[in-house]
Write a protein that binds this ligand. Structure first.
Ligand SMILES: [Zn+2]
Length: 482
């Protein structure tokens, strides 16, 4: 079965057929680096990190490019407020980006191109557009002429007339059509600038992504992604710029957009004061919990943010980790193993392996269906539940349990969760608990040797109350959580 994904361009789910068999090229529009990134950015970053990891898991060789917009009005304005150099400010927030991305377990892209390092590529593209009659220079500002590009509006599904009617028409005498957009902006006093055939200036925002994606991935690359708010005008303009130069070739094949985040059912915005930076949320919740929350809803559905939802995510993730922990503790005690083929294992083992194998199938089916990570979570919980049930049974063995835990960890890993990892504090506690339990068992053995049955029973009963079972076997006493 092929992977299916929703293509904004065709407004439907399509079979995923890569440009080159076995290889996938993805470009996602990254943040403008004038601040720490916010939750909305985080959703997009985590979604495409998940897409990339899953395609890799399905055997594709994935090239993932995600840019940094490091020259922009917002950066220039912020730098002016702070009285620092715009390039310095942008670099500072690129450095901060990597910290927050690491906290959310977002892998580094294969290429993280910065706009300021690709000015010549953009100039070359603009020159080409000018040559083809798709761009015009007005006194050092260069604009794209939307009326000259017949496909303008195809991504957002609107005609030029619709757009003109709906647009807030900017008063700009220089533009031939109000929807024409800047490819190159003439330098203003005190702004960063580069030399160009049109004089000193800097690129418009949209041109960087056309130039950098074509440079690293070539025409007709597989997936172009970003937040849904980029469909118009950013991605529409990227298509116009790129296809304007590509002589009939397609720019990108599948357009993938994630939905937005609301806060307590309201749109997240600075003016409403409900605007969250990931850095702030990280003060209250670990990165893995934020990630678990973000992927707990299908990427094309709106996602509402509130404190309780993060608490729920923390509990859900803990349930999965707990199963892994319990299973590993059981295995660490050295369970017997029967490595026999399916069909000749003891019944409990057969049942566990069958349930895990079915859940793995469900996981892949969910993810193949337009990366439905929310549905894939159900498969993870199903495996965890089966592990827990198995552990409550008698005569546990190592074989099926080892297999079940390995699959649970593997599938969670595909979504970017490391269920087996305990943080240092946790592993220290586990170590100490184990030492304390050795001492408890030793005291109980001494009590029994002295025929102090009351103390021996008291220890066993009190332990049971807190969920630890002590079992006496011919080889001595052992303990487990139950
Ligand atoms: Zn872009």
């Amino acid at each position: 079965m092929a992977i299916r994904l929703y293509n904004t361009m065709t407004r439907g789910k399509e079979d995923f057929i890569p440009r080159e068999p076995g290889k996938v090229a993805i470009y996602a529009c990254g943040p403008t680096t004038y601040n720490f990134f916010h939750l909305g950015n985080a959703r997009m970053l985590v979604v495409f990190d998940m897409v990339r990891r899953y395609l890799k898991y399905r055997g594709y060789q994935v090239t993932y490019v995600q840019n940094f917009t490091d020259v922009d009005d917002k950066i220039i304005n912020r730098a002016a407020e702070e009285g620092c150099d715009p390039m310095e400010l942008a670099q500072r927030y690129i450095d901060e980006y990597y910290k927050d991305a690491a906290a959310l377990n977002i892998l580094k892209a294969d290429v993280h191109p910065k706009a300021t390092e690709h000015i010549q590529d953009m100039i070359a593209l603009i020159e080409e557009l000018e040559k083809k009659g798709l761009a015009y220079n007005v006194d050092g500002d260069v604009y794209f002429a939307v009326e000259q590009f017949p496909g303008y509006g195809k991504l957002s599904g609107r005609t030029l007339e619709d757009m003109q009617a709906g647009a807030r028409v900017e008063v700009n005498e220089k533009k031939q059509n109000p929807l024409d957009f800047a490819l190159w902006k003439k330098a203003k006093e005190g702004e960063p600038f580069w030399e160009s055939p049109w004089g000193r200036g800097r690129p418009g925002w949209h041109i960087e992504c056309s130039a950098m994606s074509l440079k690293y991935l070539g025409p007709g690359f597989d997936i172009h992604g970003g937040g849904g708010d980029l469909v118009f005008p950013h991605h529409e303009n990227e298509i116009a710029q790129a296809e304007g130069c590509l002589d009939g070739q397609e720019f990108a094949k599948y357009w993938v957009h994630n939905a937005f985040i609301t806060v307590n059912q309201e749109k997240m915005s600075k003016s409403l004061g409900n605007f969250f930076l990931v850095r702030e949320v990280l003060e209250k919740f670990p990165g893995e919990v934020i990630r678990f929350y973000l992927l707990g809803t299908h990427y094309r559905s709106p996602l509402d943010f509130d404190h309780d939802k993060l608490v729920m995510a923390a509990k859900g993730l803990e349930r999965l980790k707990n199963s892994v922990r319990l299973a590993k503790e059981a295995l660490a005690k050295g369970l017997p193993t029967t490595d026999r083929p399916l069909g000749s294992l003891p019944q409990a083992e057969e049942e566990l392996l069958k349930a895990v194998s079915a859940a793995k199938g469900d996981f892949i089916e969910a993810m193949d269906d337009d990366f439905n990570s929310a549905q894939a979570y159900a498969a993870l919980f199903e495996i965890a539940k089966n592990i827990n049930t198995y552990l409550t049974g008698e005569n546990n063995q190592a074989y099926a349990l080892t297999e079940a835990v390995a699959i649970l960890e593997e599938l969670a890993g595909v979504l970017g969760f490391n269920l087996g990892a305990e943080n240092e504090a946790q592993s220290e506690m586990t170590e100490k608990l184990s030492q304390v339990m050795d001492l408890v068992l030793e005291i109980r053995v001494k009590a029994r040797q002295q025929k102090d049955w009351a103390t021996a029973d008291l220890i066993r009963d009190k332990m049971k109350e807190i969920g630890i079972t002590i079992e006496d076997t011919p080889e001595g006493s052992r303990w487990y959580f139950k």
